[in-house]
Design a protein around this ligand. Sequence first.
Ligand code: SAM
Length: 266
Amino acid sequence: MDDHDHKLVWDASLYQENSSFQFSLGLDAIARLAPRPGERVLDIGCGNGATTAELARRVLPGGEVVGMDVSSEMLAQARANIDEAGLSNVRLVHQDMATLAIVGGFDAVFSNSSVHWVSRLDDLYRRVHAALVPGGRVVVQTGAAGGNALVDALHDAMAEPLLATLFAGFTWPWQFCTPAEAERILEEAGFSAISVEAHDKLTSFPTEAALIGYCRAAALIPFLSHLPEPRRPVFLECFARHLLARNGARPLDLVMPRLFILAAKP
Ligand SMILES: C[S@@+](CC[C@H](N)C(=O)[O-])C[C@H]1O[C@@H](n2cnc3c(N)ncnc32)[C@H](O)[C@@H]1O
């Protein structure tokens, strides 16, 4: 992760209000992990802790979940959510997952909508492998390469005459893999029983405000924070216009290509 990423400030309440899509993907990922009572699970990029809490319920009795995130705003929200849920088997850690240096101890490493924010996925999966016990498993839900109107609309907006020079030198924030790339990275990290499922996940928003709220709560953060304050409304307006145009006849539908990655440490 580079310096640019470290400066990202998440609005945890905006995320909380606009992340039902991520949460539903998280439940799909948890179903694939099938956590068992007594297990120790590491949730990397745990965000507001909604999926972390679900994991924590499923490892009871006797199990523990460690939620790791680089954003102190998200961790504060996670603490509040976990306390409100009355769960005492969750530990939250403020750490960049790119510097994960735990050796063994976890039955599973889980991640929902987070690992694509890390620049070196090969290095990350080697670290995830090291954190697992032999026979431990990893389940990751993440963005997939290609066919993404939101990404295309971001490129459209960045190329607008009023904005293009401001984005010169901008570091693209996400690593979206093809299934073949993900399989190769996991294999090289030492995993076996690798399965990569690609799904185009559709989510429909009731209003344009809800659609843009979803985008602002996560995807737009690096782009808006890169711009000087007075340019942000122009970017938002351009992005919304391009996204609605790219969505065509169903402007409030968003198709998000995702990967569900499952593997085990031999
Ligand atoms: C879209 S949110 C997903 C949160 C949560 N997993 C969920 O399912 O709702 C992405 C999260 O990844 C975190 N994140 C991004 N880069 C990270 C890194 N290098 N290390 C740890 N967390 C990171 C962000 O702070 C944010 O909380």
